[in-house]
Design a protein around this ligand. Sequence first.
Ligand code: GLN
Ligand code: ZN
Length: 761
Amino acid sequence: MASHIVGYPRMGPKRELKFALESFWDKKSSAEDLQKVSADLRASIWKQMADAGIKYIPSNTFSYYDQVLDTTAMLGAVPDRYNWNGGEIGFDTYFSMARGNASVPAMEMTKWFDTNYHFIVPELGPNTKFSYASHKAVNEYKEAKAQGVDTVPVLIGPVTYLLRSKPAKGVENNFCLLSLLEKILPIYKEVVAELKAAGASWIQFDEPNLVLDLEPSQLEAFTKAYAGLESTLSGLNVIIETYFADVPAEAYKTLTALKGVTGFGFDLVRGNKTLDLIKNGFPSGKYLFAGVVDGRNIWANDLDASLITLKNLEGIVGKDKLVVSTSNSLLHTAVDLINETKLDSEIKSWLAFAAQKVLEVNALAKALAGQKDEAFFSANAAAQASRKSSPRVTNQAVQKAAAALKGSDHRRATTVNSRLDAQQKKLNLPILPTTTIGSFPQTVELRRVRREYKAKKIPEADYVKAMEAEIRKVVDLQEELDIDVLVHGEPERNDMVEYFGEQLSGFAFTANGWVQSYGSRCVKPPIIYGDVSRPKPMTVFWSSKAQSMTKRPMKGMLTGPVTILNWSFVRNDQPRFETCYQIALAIKDEVEDLEKAGITVIQIDEAALREGLPLRKAEHNFYLDWAVHSFRITNVGIQDTTQIHTHMCYSNFNDIIHSIIDMDADVITIENSRSDEKLLSVFREGVKYGAGIGPGVYDIHSPRIPSMEEIADRVDKMLAVLDTNILWVNPDCGLKTRKYGEVKPALQHMVSAAKQIRTKL
Ligand code: GLN
Ligand code: ZN
């Protein structure tokens, strides 16, 4: 019985690659230093898997930046602007594409399916020239082999590669990316031939695009691609790996009929219909790579349950054709539990990071082969049982309250128009009211105080004093700038999810549970392990303090339930919506406490609402229904005169505009740095909505300070589409990452622009 790992995190257990990359980029270390750290990481990963007993160990899942960019390099598809002169692509060209250089900006980056991993989007057109320009896959195969490990080289499949690309500038509207298949297949053939010559006996093509809603012509491309590769692939065993969802029935038919393929990999964690597809027909003589160990989460596998599933599958595909695997690349989970010293042993026993998942896969494979490690299995069963029965997980009152929300439809009793009228009587705001999205610049000194307080190195009183002084500074500045609705600046917050997670029950935090987000950047999501409740108010102290410093309205600032959910590792023992409802109830209590404390404007950020959108259309409505409902639950209980704002960090929601409106917020601020009037007309046309809208009037992600004229021009353009009485004037997102030297003049220009336009209206 065999075991297989789809892919492995490349950052290292203590983010060694991150530090090596950043030091290389800062010219503090050489290319050789970076190569050495990387080679050591690869060697230790291969050894770890080989020692564990994994049969099919992946190679070429390491990357200096991104595996899609690696594929672009392999195909030599470098956009002209990087002035690449051919030959093997080196660090210069590679990192210029990834990060830009002094004269050319980087290529676009976007989310890899529904993960928080971002890839570099290939730009392809009819004139793109392809050539075999990176031998990385072959080099890594040989490197592992020299260390005594015969690996399965992993390539992103040709169809997924093309379908993740975007048409190059100038051909946006009339170019079919799949028309390039014939041009890239010859390069794939060269790579495959070289891998074969180097001694590879297996090869893996990742084709996750197969889990999406596909047109028949897109499905045909898979058939064409693998028929085209068939002769080169002969003599090799080929795995086509899918992940992130089940494969729709039509795609399953296409997939399992592909020529020259030996085995198929499926995500059996998220793919809830896949088992039925397999039962109804799996090609005889082919291998099934059964992804039963979750690569998207940090929970220990329920080994007994997995064993039952695997035994069922064995009955269908045959004992020698079943391979135990992970649901997807372990890239999307944390690296190694061994470095978690802060977590208590009970919670730790419930978890498995990548290194532990490798052991789980292996233990399952051995158990199927009749060599069950009884001690490993019984420790696992004990941990599963403790997780089920632990009083830390279950809170009956919370369960009951959340269950009561199901199937009902909570919303504020009045329309947004009448609420806005009531609010205006109280707030008395000018037209085109000005505000910001929450955070103000965070200085080194500020971060130091926060860190030292957390480490208990300074007394609480000192910390409170420092935060108060900071809030005072931010309030004074906003009054001086004459902003209408103020914020306290969020100096007490390190991160908009962590800050709330730390104060809610049911959350745990890791020391090293990093997951790559893009390039050298990693995130450390909190772990939601139990029923969520709010022991005491979380933000009321700071918000009321800030409100006491000014007569102007001070926005209470909260992170919404959907964003907290989507940016955490979520428990897998109940549906996501139940966890979301629990968080919503906790935030609802906070909203009501803020109102009681005299806060009249409350912003509930839902930066990540769109991110949770399922991959397939058929599932969108279900998600949007409970996500939007969760948001509404947070503020059903308040008076008409309390104004609810929400903020979203993106502007491409043409397709979900009805859900955004259904959130029933009084004011929506959105990121709009690539100002697009089309977006605004979506708002206007979609509904006679009436709520306030604040599309960011300048991009805060850049240090550039916009002029007053430029901002005024932008606001004028917005006014051509939106009514004066609904438009708010605010920048994009939070100002946390900027410097005061940039923020002050930019906000000054923003307020002057608003004032100037007011006089013209
Ligand atoms: N209120 C948050 C801030 O200003 C919002 C952050 C975000 O949009 N991602 O920092
Ligand atoms: Zn934002």
